[in-house]
Design a protein around this ligand. Structure first.
Ligand SMILES: [Zn+2]
Length: 84
């Protein structure tokens, strides 16, 4: 299963446990759509799942960063996420 983290303003947040319900709902939607896209992806070489971090200064400025076992798989996942 893909690991999706969210960082707003450099602070890790839990999309399921936000004080602001609207922001929480937006983040949940984003993480769910990422999960649908790359949730089943595994590295063909190492068999590992990617780690995706959604970062931004606020909800309008979010970018995705991908971390995984190797560059090739990271790029593969990033390409999938580009078409979000
Ligand atoms: Zn790999």
């Amino acid at each position: 299963m893909v690991n999706i983290g969210v960082e707003i303003n450099g602070k890790k947040v839990d999309a399921n446990n936000l004080e602001n319900e609207i922001e929480g709902a937006i983040l949940k939607e984003i993480t769910e759509s990422i999960g649908r896209k790359v949730g089943t992806m595994r590295c063909g070489v190492h068999g590992k799942s990617p780690i995706v971090t959604i970062k931004g200064s606020d909800l309008d400025q979010l970018t995705c960063s991908v971390d995984s076992c190797c560059d090739e798989f990271t790029q593969q996942v990033a390409r999938e996420l580009d078409s979000l």
